[in-house]
Design a protein around this ligand. Sequence first.
Ligand code: AMP
Ligand code: TRP
Length: 340
Amino acid sequence: MNLKADRKRVFSGVQPSGSLHIGNYLGAIKNFVGLQDDYDSVYCIVDLHAITVWQDPAELKENILEVAAAYIASGIDPRKATIFVQSQIPAHAELAWILNCTARIGWLNRITQFKEKAGKNREKASVGLYAYPNLMASDILLYHSHLVPVGDDQKQHLELTRDIAQKFNNDFSASGGKDFFPIPEPMILSAGSRVMSLRDGQKKMSKSDPSSMTRIELIDTDDQINRKIMKATSDAMLLPEKVDDLEVRPEAKNLITIYSAFADETLEKVVARFKGKQFSRFKKELAEVVVENMGPIRDEFIRLKADKSFIVKVLDEGRERAAEKSTPVISEVKLIVGLG
Ligand code: AMP
Ligand code: TRP
């Protein structure tokens, strides 16, 4: 059986666990768009990941459709890329179980995201939250993916995925596993790979932060974008003279990085333009460039959200294409492992 795709394959996913924000856009979705012409691109809505922390069932259902609408509004073309829902392809959970038996407990114990998310309440965290990186490895490996565009926070999960693929290939080398899974490469672009909270330059911008003032959401009006940026935490100094000066000024660094990502200009160029200026003046221009980029995406997002039947159709087609790509892989995995 030939499992090799004609073109190299890109795979990534976003959780339907709340309002998408410019961190998701700059760190992940914007890069998905740029890859769809050159790669066989598969973009998943990872609902099985979302339920590792409790989700309101009615909201989860809506959020799944919203991620699909956000993908398309951002420029992912469903005729070029496969957009689908993780739980509609049972092989994700099946392969995840098999990989649970490949990954070692010591490997998972090193995952920092579990430590951050579980916090002091480790004993009360779900088993799913702990095993989540194995499910992510399953998503990627099930499609024999070569390239995985993600934000910086996913780097450690990608390293684990590579270790799991290598161990599986070794453990089963005598029964067809040799070189079975391609070892996937992370793709982490520096501009926008780590957008921080608008209220604390040391914290990641996140869907789960209780305050929506910490993030610019895809759904925000121009006024809300303006207000959030004008109220964003800065520091008491003028804008810096050199890029290096930003290292000790996390809030300034974050705002300048956001400008640089949206304006598609280097940090050097942005710093040179605004050096010695007041934050209020810079923030006005920042708000302008954010509105200019996010405004059209928001309008399209709102339009698509209302067109449920179109989104459902896209996801139905996506499921068929995802099944075509993944069925031969899971069947082969079972043969290799000696199952059934
Ligand atoms: P999640 O919201 O956890 O499902 O993340 C979806 C994608 O967005 C992943 O590739 C993340 O790495 C990326 N991402 C999430 N938050 C940020 C952020 N604050 N800055 C940059 N990328 C992010
Ligand atoms: N763990 C990722 C996040 O929280 C989402 C994700 C799940 C993913 N499976 C994936 C990303 C596979 C890339 C590839 O952001």
